[in-house]
Design a protein around this ligand. Structure first.
Ligand code: TYD
Ligand code: ZN
Length: 411
């Protein structure tokens, strides 16, 4: 079976009139960090490009890579970030208070290491589902009952048989990773109680475009959603969105609340407000999308120029953190170990490995602090506040961070 294939249809409305607007070239899978013994071997690269559906306004990858190729090694542990831990504890608390009785069942699709469900332990029944076996093992060890699997209609039927219908079904930062959204919706239809609530959170396409977040484009991120495409998807399965909240995490996200069409929650004005905002913005398409692509090229030139200039001045520049978005930025900018000797990341499982494509080694923040380079290019700009706080001593002793997104800035 082929590892990658072209997507000729919109994953939500089936439209075929897709317009390509951003091409980042051929890239290795951004999460496939290399072991030392792998760095001399050839790597697979797959096209990374975005297109826009003029019918439902979904932005999606032009090529998809088979999930088995991507999820094979999964290093993303949500709980490394304090801020995300707090964020999800807040979400869990809100959902449990508003929608779930004490014996109610809360199921989370893409539950990772149990970061969210953990805070509901003892308050209601919980179940996590995530295809990444290694993170599921962590969740179970933390007391969060979890299943290592993709969420399918068959699995939903099975869960309902064993545990009854779900009062709340959550999906945080996972919908964008799923190719077959129809399968998810069929699963939701099977599992959700008649008056149950779906809560889904994902990066918001309007923030993505406004803040030039092109480095969040990688093979796992198949779709870039707004309220309009989601409304379209929900309607096809008899669901509706009754509330939307904007969130500041991950460079700007939205949390949507859905229910079966006509169920008990009144539709809040927030839904129509965001739809109108999206309509207003898209009046400027396709110019807006072309402009986005031009700005991406300009940002690359600026960042390359800055690093070259610092090196000419004898300054040492390294990376800070090794998220997937860093791998995309590094590969797109063409930086190698001669530009950035290493990048420092707090995830123990990443240390000692190498960024794919560019083969930049990953070291620990302790090594970084000892080494005290002149500049650190911060890839996880979404965790900027937390990291600047954590590395206060580095900055107070003359170290500087380069923030790449939404524009190149030295702080
Ligand atoms: P993140 O931006 O959350 O994910 P993605 O891979 O989807 O782009 O990844 C953040 C990375 O930053 C992760 O590898 C952990 C690392 N990190 C640190 O090293 N130190 C920190 O203080 C924080 C908050 C994150
Ligand atoms: Zn569409």
């Amino acid at each position: 079976m082929q590892s990658s294939s072209r997507m000729d249809r919109c994953r939500i409305c089936g439209g075929t009139d897709l317009a390509l607007f951003l091409d980042l070239g051929a890239m290795p899978p951004a999460n496939a960090l290399l072991k030392p013994e792998e760095i001399d071997l050839p790597e697979a690269r797959y096209p990374l490009a975005l297109c826009h559906c003029p019918k439902c306004h979904l932005v999606q990858l032009t090529y998809k890579v088979r999930a088995e190729v991507l999820f094979h090694n999964y290093f993303y542990f949500s709980s490394v970030s304090q801020r995300m831990t707090q964020h999800f504890a807040g979400v869990a608390n809100d959902i449990a208070t508003r929608f779930v009785t004490s014996n109610g069942l809360v199921v989370e699709i893409g539950s990772n290491d149990g970061i969210l469900l953990r805070s509901l332990l003892g308050r209601c029944r919980i179940l996590g589902i995530d295809p990444a076996r290694n993170v599921v093992e962590h969740a179970i060890a933390n007391g969060v009952p979890s299943i290592a699997a993709f969420f399918t209609e068959a699995l939903a039927v099975e869960i309902r048989k064993q545990q009854g219908p779900a009062a709340a079904l959550l999906a945080n930062n996972v919908l964008a990773h799923i190719d077959d959204l129809d399968e998810v919706m069929r699963g939701v239809h099977q599992l959700l109680a008649d008056d149950g609530v779906m809560v889904m959170e994902f990066p918001y396409v309007e923030d993505f475009l406004d803040h030039l977040e092109f480095d969040t484009v990688y093979h796992e991120h198949l779709s870039y959603f707004g309220v309009r495409p989601l409304t379209h998807l929900f309607a096809r399965f008899g669901f509706e969105i009754f509330d939307v909240q904007r969130q500041s995490v991950h460079g700007g996200s939205i949390r949507i609340f859905g229910q079966r069409h006509g169920a008990s929650h009144p539709i809040q004005p927030s839904v129509q407000e965001l739809i109108e905002l999206e309509m207003l913005r898209s009046e400027r398409e396709p110019d807006r999308l072309i402009r986005f692509a031009c700005d991406v090229v300009m940002l690359r030139n600026e960042l390359r120029g800055l690093v070259a200039e610092l090196q000419r001045a004898g300054k040492k520049v390294v990376g800070y953190t090794a998220p997937a978005k860093g791998v995309v930025l590094l590969n797109y900018c063409g930086f190698g170990p001669l530009d950035l000797e290493y990048t420092a990341d707090a995830t123990p499982a990443k240390q000692g490995l190498y960024c794919p494509g560019v083969r930049i080694p990953i070291r620990s923040p302790e090594y970084f602090r000892q080494d005290h380079p002149d500049y650190a290019l911060l890839f996880a700009w979404n965790h900027k506040d937390e990291i600047l706080e954590k590395e206060k001593a580095y900055r107070q002793s003359g170290g500087k961070f380069i923030l790449p997104i939404p524009r190149v800035q030295v702080v």
